[in-house]
Design a protein around this ligand. Structure first.
Ligand code: NAD
Length: 275
């Protein structure tokens, strides 16, 4: 399968190039990044220390959109919204990893998925997607008898908070418990906050150093607590999952999917856009 990487010069983009090269079912066909980047024109293979591939990093997706079977986009929300339109016009499949999309950008994504196949997930690691399933079970069993907090830590360069994964974890728990996350989320605490309200779901964010990504959901009752934790130690965990999603997406013409679909875990609250 011919794969195109959008945001190829970024932290995830470079790891995705390596993951595409390592997968026997995929071939790197296109690499693009933002116009004006000093890396436009560089060879994608040389960028990741794997020798010359003959795929240069371009800056105009529209001109290259027909050259790959599926694109993988890990960039920024405004750019991703434009890439969705370009891929829709070109009839190209799209795997989206960008986090922090607003409601309007999500609406663009949903509309495009009526014409092309799109996979969108806040986290492509297989372990995190298993955790989404475990959270469903924990929330269903522990129910309204526990206080629920989501704690996440990422590297100092991350530009959105809480992480898309932390929000998805909160949504999975909220949907399982019949709560609306928009109503019950509490983001950080300071000053005289008063006692904790049981039905809230708290989010705490840490930004420091080079932490790749850590998430804990804590279910705390009187006398005991359960913690479900995932720790990513390499971006390759996300990249390998995104490439697996790209290959899987090849079997679909149109529709909106997430990593739960790719892994055959769909059903319940754990998939994106359900509930
Ligand atoms: P980064 O800043 O290192 O890379 C982003 C890249 O996108 C840069 O090279 C930038 O030049 C490029 N870009 C920006 N605008 C562009 C445009 N218009 N066209 C083409 N390229 C453009 O960031 P990163 O750490 O690689 O993260 C990228 C995104 O992926 C973030 O939203 C992050 O939260 C998300 N992310 C998701 C997962 C997941 O599993 N879903 C995992 C890690 C990161």
């Amino acid at each position: 399968m011919k794969v195109g990487i959008i945001g190829a010069a970024g932290r995830m983009g470079r790891t995705l190039i390596e993951a595409v090269l390592a997968n026997p079912d995929t071939e790197l066909a296109v690499a693009v990044d933002v116009p004006g980047s000093s890396l436009i024109g560089a060879d994608a293979g040389e960028l990741v220390g794997q020798g010359r591939l003959g795929v240069t990093i371009g800056d105009e997706l529209a001109a290259l959109a027909g050259d790959a079977d599926v694109f993988i986009d890990f960039t920024v929300p405004e750019a991703t919204a434009r890439h969705i339109e370009v891929c829709r016009a070109a009839g190209s499949r799209l795997v989206i990893g960008t986090t922090g999309l607003n409601d309007q950008q999500l609406a663009t994504l949903r509309a495009a998925s009526e014409q092309v196949a799109i996979c969108f997930a806040p986290n492509y690691s297989i372990g995190v997607n298993l955790c989404f399933k475990l959270l469903e079970t924990a929330a269903a069993v522990l129910g309204d008898d526990v206080d629920i907090e989501v704690i996440e830590a990422h590297h100092r360069h991350k530009i959105d908070a809480p992480s898309g994964t932390a929000l998805r974890m909160g949504e999975v728990v909220a949907q399982t418990l019949g709560r609306d996350l928009k109503e019950c989320a509490v983001y950080g605490r300071e000053g005289r906050t008063g006692e904790r309200e049981r039905a809230t779901i708290g989010f705490e964010t840490i930004r420091a150093g080079d932490i790749v990504g850590e998430h804990t959901v804590l279910f705390a009752a009187e006398g005991e607590r359960v913690e479900i934790t995932h720790k990513a130690s390499s971006r390759m965990s996300f990249a390998r999952g995104a490439v697996r999603a790209a290959v899987w997406l090849g079997g679909h013409e149109r529709g909106l999917f997430d990593m739960q679909d790719v892994l055959g875990l769909a059903g319940g609250s754990a998939g994106w856009g359900r509930g």
